[in-house]
Design a protein around this ligand. Structure first.
Ligand code: HEC
Length: 445
């Protein structure tokens, strides 16, 4: 993104460290949240379809409850899903300034897809009860019943026929893919110049990371559902036996299988990384992530066998840990692979700072004052005659013509017969100009 290159500032070392922390924090919000939305939407869309096909209201209610729990509000969707990718795009633009790499473009486009995805999925979430024409009647009925204080029951919810669900899912999957493309090719500097969208589509590391992320999304969404349905604030209150059995029977295996498959892609991704991006701390975090996956799988197995729902909270928490370790690992990989590039940027930052200092010197006249103290003060004061005439008498003659005055200072000529000639002070053109400017300002105030 050339236009982003124009407004980012080359970052010095401390600045880069700060950006790194910001990046980790942003990812920590973004990835688990998007994961929950993705995994939850997959489950919800699946059960909504099943509800229509088998006309079982229980499935429909499950589909709706999932959306209600994972996508609470539009503002939350935008704050946790879209804003972070936009932030990440700018951070990457900063890191990768001037690198011939397509990452920033990938991220910018993935931001757009996320935005669309969140909007579509919110539409889907709100489309239960609304889409079928005769639903109006039922809605009234349901509201009427509710007013009488009766519990909302399964029969009153109508399956969503909204196509937005599929748009939303596709947009989310594409957005995530672009995100992974961008974040993965950064780790291979040797291919920066050649990596385009097509190369990424056929790149094995990209797919390893992508599938890993999708599985992790399913795992965290599954554990979030278990947690919100059964544990948080006592779980869902009016859950019938059937409903609770349905959720356990489907979500627990879904979550378990997703987590058990995670290590394959975790290690697969590591094996495919170039050696230059690896370090011992990367391996350490891979091990941390692996141990957490084992732990979560173990607890999930306990839930599956003995229906021990009290573990749901722990599993949900461990899923966050898995995300955290993965993000820190990826960050270390990124750090290793862009080290040289960052060094170049730091050099640039220093040069930039120097340029800025030079600019400040001339425009504020710091150097002019020094020159006056070193070279002119012996013969000139502002209002007293010394060897040369006082500036207050001579400078106003120039009427603000900096150029003319600077020419005199640069190369003095004989002017006033009452004075001797002024010897050439050997200033540079730039210095003479700064001097003239400074004198004019001083005399005018
Ligand atoms: C050795 C003494 C000496 C030094 C040092 C000196 N000047 Fe002068 N300056 C003179 C004299 C003498 C004149 C009067 C020359 C004339 O009228 O022909 C003069 C005249 C000027 C004038 C008035 C020109 C005009 O149009 O009447 C300016 C402005 C000036 N000097 C600026 C400077 C600056 C700026 C410096 C330092 C970088 C400087 N001078 C250093 C002796 C000096």
């Amino acid at each position: 993104m050339i236009f982003l290159d124009n407004f980012v500032i080359p970052s010095g070392t401390e600045h880069a460290a700060l950006l790194n922390i910001l990046q980790v924090l942003t990812l920590l919000i973004f990835l688990p949240f998007t994961g929950m939305v993705l995994g939850g939407s997959i489950l919800s869309v699946y059960f909504n379809g099943k509800g229509i096909k088998e006309s079982k209201p229980l499935y429909t209610r499950f589909a709706k409850d999932i959306m209600d729990r994972i996508l609470v509000k539009r503002s939350a969707g935008l704050a946790f899903g879209v804003l972070p990718v936009a932030t990440l795009t700018i951070i990457y633009a900063q890191f990768l300034m001037n690198a011939k790499i397509i990452t920033v473009n990938f991220l910018a486009f993935s931001t757009l897809y996320y935005f669309a995805a969140i909007i579509f999925l919110l539409r889907y979430k709100n489309s239960f009860l609304k889409v079928i024409p005769h639903s109006k009647f039922l809605v009234t009925l349901r509201l009427a019943r509710k007013e009488e204080g009766e519990e909302e029951n399964e029969e009153s919810i109508i399956p969503s026929l909204s196509g937005y669900a599929y748009f939303g899912l596709v947009a989310l999957l594409v957005g995530l893919f672009l995100f992974v493309c961008g974040a993965t090719i950064v780790a291979e500097p040797s291919r920066w110049n050649t990596s385009g969208i097509l190369k990424s589509v056929f790149s094995l590391p990209v797919w390893m990371n992508y599938i890993y992320l999708i599985l992790a999304s399913c795992a965290i969404a599954g554990s979030a559902i278990l947690y919100f349905f059964f544990v948080w604030q006592g779980g869902i209150k009016d859950m019938s036996e059937d409903y609770s059995r349905l959720v356990k029977k489907t979500v627990v295996p879904f979550t378990l299988v997703s987590s058990v498959l995670l290590p394959v892609f975790l290690f697969g991704g590591i094996i495919l990384m170039p050696a230059s991006s690896m370090s011992s701390s990367v391996y350490l975090y891979v091990v941390f992530a692996f141990i957490s996956i084992l732990l979560a799988s173990n607890l999930l197995y306990g839930i599956l066998k003995n229906s021990e729902m009290q573990f749901a909270g722990a599993v949900f928490f461990i899923m966050f840990l898995i995300f955290t370790f993965t993000i820190v690992k990826d960050q270390l990989v990124l750090g290793n692979s862009v080290r040289e590039h960052l060094y170049a940027i730091n050099q640039k930052a220093e040069e930039y700072d120097r340029q800025k200092e030079a600019l400040v010197m001339t425009s504020t006249g710091v150097s002019a004052e020094q020159i006056y103290n070193q070279k002119c003060i012996a013969c000139h004061k502002f209002d007293v005659k010394l060897v040369g005439p006082p500036y207050k008498e001579t400078v106003p003659k120039y009427n603000g013509d900096v150029k003319k005055l600077s020419e005199f200072i640069f190369n003095p000529v004989k002017i006033n017969p009452d004075y001797p000639s002024m010897p050439n002070q050997g200033l540079k053109k730039k210095e003479a100009e700064a001097m003239a400017q400074w004198l004019m300002e001083k005399v005018n105030h």
